[in-house]
Design a protein around this ligand. Structure first.
Ligand code: TA6
Length: 318
C-alpha cells in the first residue's frame, strides 16, 4: 500500500503472507528495502543516504536509464532515478503470470524538461513483484513513442546494492560450485546451479575500455572493484560466508553485469556513504551496456531481474 517515507516522500509497501516485504519510493521508482520472511534487510542503503531530490538515494536499487554511468552526455546514470514516477493507471496486459504474487506497476514518461536533455518520447513501465518465496522480481518495459519516426538508443542497469556481512568474506560466481535450495522447495527442483566463471571478459571501469579475462572460479574482494562483465551467464551468485546466505540474480534481456565496491578511499570521497560502509555492501548490476539498445517508434524493450536470497549450507563450507 502507499504511505509516506523519509522526508514525506511517497512510497509503496508490498507484503507477502509469510512476512517478506519490499518498499519502493515513487522518487526514482527506487526500491529501498527487500526483507525476507524473518524481517532481515537484504539490501544496503547508506545511513547517510540523502532522501532529497535531485540527489539519487544511495543504496537499494537505483534504475540507471537512459544512460549507464558517464557513457554519454547525461548526468551519471541518466535521469530516471531522479524523477517522480507514478502508479501506472492502465498497465498493458503483462505476459508473466503474477496471479499469486503482490506487485506494483510504476510509470515514467518524458517531460518537456527531459526533452531538452534527451530529445525522445518514451514510456517506461516498471513492475516490481514480490513472489511467494520472498523473491523480488523487477521487469522494465521501455517503449519508443517518438511521433517523428526517430529511433533512440539507451544503456540500462539495475544498480542493486546487496547487504553483506563482510565484503572480505564474500564470493561472486556463476560457477556450479554452489547449489542452494529456495525455502520450502524440494532440493531437486530448486537447485540453484550456476555455470563456471571461466573466460568472463570484463572492462575494468569505463574510461579505458581495455578488455581483460577473469580466470579462476570465483571473484573475491580485497580492494576497489568497478568492472563490467560482458555477456555473462543469466545466473550470478553472491555467497555471504558469515551469514551462510546466497543471493542469486537471474537476469533476462540484460547481457552484462557490473560489479562494484568502492572500498575505503572511494567510500570516504562520497558524502552520502559512511566511511566503513563499503564492508557491508556489494553492487551486482544486471545491465545492458556493451551493446546499447536501439528502439524504433512503437518498439518495446524488456529487461528483467529476479533476486532471491537462499540459505547456502553447502556454500558455507567454501
Ligand atoms: O556501479 C558502477 C558505478 O558506475 C561506479 O563507477 C560508481 O560511480 C557507482 O556506479 C555509483 O555511481 P553514483 O552516481 O550512484 O554515485
Amino acid at each position: 500500500q502507499m504511505c509516506k517515507g523519509i522526508n514525506g516522500l511517497d512510497k509503496v509497501v508490498l507484503r507477502e503472507f509469510r512476512g517478506s516485504s519490499v518498499e519502493i519510493y515513487l522518487y526514482g521508482a527506487h526500491v529501498t528495502s527487500w526483507k525476507n520472511e524473518h524481517g532481515e534487510e537484504l539490501l544496503f542503503v547508506s545511513s547517510k543516504a540523502i532522501f532529497k531530490p535531485p540527489k539519487a538515494i544511495r543504496g537499494g536499487i537505483p534504475i540507471c536509464f537512459p544512460q549507464f554511468s558517464n557513457l554519454g552526455p547525461l548526468e551519471a546514470h541518466g535521469f530516471a532515478r531522479n524523477r517522480f514516477w507514478s502508479i501506472d493507471p492502465s498497465p498493458p496486459p503483462f505476459p508473466v503470470d503474477s496471479s499469486n504474487k503482490t506487485y506494483v506497476d510504476l510509470l515514467l514518461k518524458n517531460t518537456e524538461e527531459d526533452m531538452k536533455i534527451w530529445p525522445h518520447s518514451f514510456e517506461f513501465r516498471l513492475r516490481v513483484t514480490l513472489g511467494p518465496a520472498g523473491d523480488l522480481m523487477m521487469t522494465s518495459r521501455v517503449r519508443n513513442t517518438n511521433p517523428d519516426g526517430k529511433p533512440f538508443t539507451f544503456t540500462f542497469a539495475y544498480h542493486t546494492y546487496f547487504s553483506v556481512s563482510d565484503i572480505r568474506n564474500c564470493l561472486v560466481l556463476t560457477g556450479d560450485t554452489c547449489n542452494a535450495s529456495l525455502p520450502g522447495e524440494t532440493q531437486k527442483q530448486s537447485e540453484v546451479r550456476v555455470e563456471g566463471l571461466e573466460t568472463l571478459d570484463y572492462l575494468d571501469n569505463l574510461q579505458n575500455r581495455e578488455r581483460f579475462t577473469e580466470q579462476g572460479d570465483a571473484i573475491t574482494f580485497e580492494s576497489e572493484v568497478d568492472k563490467i562483465y560482458l555477456s555473462t551467464p543469466t545466473k550470478i551468485a553472491i555467497l555471504d560466508h558469515e551469514k551462510k546466505r546466497t543471493f542469486v540474480i537471474r537476469k533476462d534481456g540484460l547481457s552484462d553485469a557490473v560489479v562494484w565496491n568502492p572500498w575505503d578511499k572511494k567510500a570516504k570521497s562520497l558524502a552520502d556513504f559512511g566511511d566503513d560502509e563499503y564492508k557491508h555492501m556489494l553492487c551486482i548490476e544486471a545491465a545492458a551496456i556493451e551493446k546499447p539498445i536501439t528502439l524504433k517508434p512503437g518498439e518495446e524493450w524488456k529487461g528483467r531481474q529476479e533476486l532471491s536470497a537462499v540459505p547456502s549450507s553447502y556454500c558455507s563450507g567454501q
